[in-house]
Design a protein around this ligand. Structure first.
Ligand code: DHB
Length: 390
């Protein structure tokens, strides 16, 4: 065996050993929650951590006789850091589950560790379709870009939008959004006249928006990750694109509930498709929003919070179903097929794909009691990720 291969297999053996030690009964069950708590995606980390802590406050910190310990680590949004932290959490902290993952590259960087150590990786935020295919140990509680994008591509042509320019962040979820929007919108008789990609890191939207203004489409379709929507909205309005007759449409990441209230009345009327709105009208959601706000003054929960909250539910339920044993493959099996009511509506973890099946809502920004909300006006029930089985 050459030296590299040998070291690789030693590391692999250490991971497997660590994972089996994590299964010991009566020791605390640790959940490694890896999130961007600083940097461009810090709001994602803040939302998910707050929601995970709320879930624990509401459901207790003991499951099947084991004390739950949440180990929160900041990966600053950089995949090399995520990977190093994941390795440390499995080998040294003996976590039973890895969770979080604020961006697609962070979820993908951890996939080989999940596979080697046979530790479930619960993806609470990242949303590129292919993530669940990177490891058989990945389960997702967030959403996928194809899932929400095709609903928008069905709605737009029925509502006077025939010519569209797409503008997406240039990485996994953006490329999914661009591709699935174009495919479905074209199928529906629409035309994508230009497809623009902006860098993920420190994007300057101005030159792209200028180009769109000159192209004069009926609408601009946008995907940017959580936290970047306010900048797009600001520059869209500053350039008078709305006054020039160009509508803004997109996935709900753009009118993120975390930022929407600060976007101002210029955001009114913007239509997006997404799986969760703070304004979702159900008793469970009203309870969730009220409890989240009470525990986190000044914040309101967005779709990231719901991904975190439901991800914790999936973990708790799996630990309960396996009588606290905490063995990776057994936990994974107990995560598959879970059906439950989420603050977003009914959801289902598809046992085949390990991805979430859920409702997708069409929503319009409106003012209610002096605050801006994404108000749902239509629903597509039980949408599977269209990115699978193609
Ligand atoms: C991803 C990140 C986001 O903040 C978001 O809103 C959607 C997708 C991602 O990196 O997968």
């Amino acid at each position: 065996m050459d030296k590299r291969l040998f070291l690789h297999s030693v590391a692999g053996a250490a991971l497997v050993l660590a994972a089996s030690q994590a299964a010991a009964q009566n020791t605390p069950f640790k959940i490694g929650l890896i999130l961007p708590m600083t940097g461009q995606s810090a709001s994602t980390g803040r939302q998910i951590e707050a929601a995970a802590r709320l879930y624990m406050a509401q459901n207790g910190d003991t499951v099947a006789g084991r004390k739950i310990e949440l180990v929160v680590k900041d990966d600053t949004g950089l995949p090399d850091v995520t990977k190093r932290i994941a390795q440390e959490l499995v080998v040294n902290e003996k976590v039973g589950v890895l969770a979080g993952f604020g961006l697609t590259p962070l979820a993908l960087a951890t996939a080989p560790i999940a596979t080697q150590s046979r530790t479930p990786e619960v993806v609470m935020a990242a949303a590129t379709s292919s993530i669940t295919e990177a490891s058989p140990f990945i389960i997702r509680s967030s959403f996928t870009l194809p899932q929400v994008t095709v609903s928008m591509a069905d709605w737009a042509p029925k509502n006077g939008i025939k010519k569209v320019v797409t503008l997406v962040s240039d990485y996994g979820p953006g490329i999914d959004a661009e591709k699935f929007f174009k495919e479905r919108f074209t199928f529906n008789g629409g035309q994508v006249v230009d497809a623009l990609r902006v860098p993920l890191r420190n994007p300057d939207f101005a030159p792209f928006l200028q180009k769109v203004r000159d192209e004069k489409p009926d609408a601009l379709f946008v995907f940017v990750p959580s936290g970047a929507g306010a900048a797009v909205m600001k520059q869209f309005l500053e350039r008078g694109m709305d006054k020039a007759g160009i509508r803004l449409i997109g996935t709900g990441d753009v009118t993120d509930d975390d930022q929407l209230n600060d976007m101002g009345d210029g955001a009114l009327g913007v239509v997006t498709a997404h799986h969760y709105s703070t304004d979702h009208d159900s008793a469970l959601n009203k309870q969730f929003v009220a409890a989240f706000k009470k525990a986190n003054p000044g914040m309101r929960p967005n779709f990231m919070a719901v991904g975190g909250y439901d991800g914790m539910r999936v973990i708790y339920q799996a630990l309960k179903a396996t009588n606290g044993k905490g063995d990776g493959p057994a936990l994974l099996a107990a995560m598959k097929g879970q059906i439950f009511e989420s603050p977003r509506g009914q959801v289902f973890i598809d046992a085949q794909t390990r991805d979430i099946v859920q409702n997708v809502y069409l929503r319009k920004v409106e003012k209610k009691n002096g605050e801006l909300y994404n108000v749902e006006f239509d629903v597509l029930k039980d949408v599977k990720d269209p990115g699978k089985n193609r």
